[in-house]
Design a protein around this ligand. Structure first.
Ligand code: NI
Length: 187
């Protein structure tokens, strides 16, 4: 299924405090593959992600307890641009140590950024909305986005992953006081 940014419905993004954000999301049953339910969920995730200026969005963030997330890679992140992809029931094989530091933000924790250590690379095994297997490796920023979104499926948000809370800051202060030149990314 080809996903376009203007298909689907914009859904409300829930924020920290909503119980669904802290639950382990349910695996999508095989009977749901290829159904209207799953296709609509995928389209809504992509639409909402673009409307709210995120690069990723997980189903729990729109209060849907399902192991599904959408993301894409913008061109300016020093790697090839990637069109939106929706992963269903993903499994990750993490590679290397949790050693790569980077700034993260989250549509469900609006206005805040913090430094998070992530694995530099990983392997993904998942299916698409039709149940077709998807398998690939990701590095760097790509691997970071996937780790952030995957955490949402287990009720984990980026602040839980921060080793040092002193880097937690509001966006305007981040712009003003960090020396970062990269545009901030919210996932
Ligand atoms: Ni997030």
């Amino acid at each position: 299924m080809k996903l376009h940014s203007l298909d689907g419905r914009r859904r409300e993004i829930i924020r920290l405090g909503h119980p669904v954000l802290r639950q382990r999301a349910e695996a999508v049953a095989q009977e749901r593959f290829g159904t209207r339910f799953l296709r609509d969920l995928a389209r809504d995730l992509v639409r909402t992600m673009f409307e709210d200026d995120g690069v990723g969005l997980a189903a729990p963030q729109i209060a849907a307890s399902a192991r599904v997330f959408a993301y894409y890679l913008p061109a300016e992140k020093g790697q090839e641009e990637m069109q939106p992809l929706v992963l269903v029931n993903p499994a990750l094989t993490l590679m290397g140590e949790r050693s790569e530091q980077g700034w993260e933000g989250c549509l469900s924790v609006p206005g805040l950024r913090g430094l998070v250590l992530r694995h530099p690379a990983l392997r993904v095994q998942a299916v698409d909305v039709d149940g077709e297997p998807i398998s690939f490796e990701a590095q760097g920023f790509h691997a970071r986005v996937i780790q952030h979104e995957f955490d949402h499926l287990d009720g984990i948000v980026f602040v839980d992953r921060m080793a040092d809370m002193s880097s937690l800051m509001f966006e305007p202060e981040w712009e003003r006081y960090t020396k970062e030149t990269d545009s901030p990314v919210t996932v």
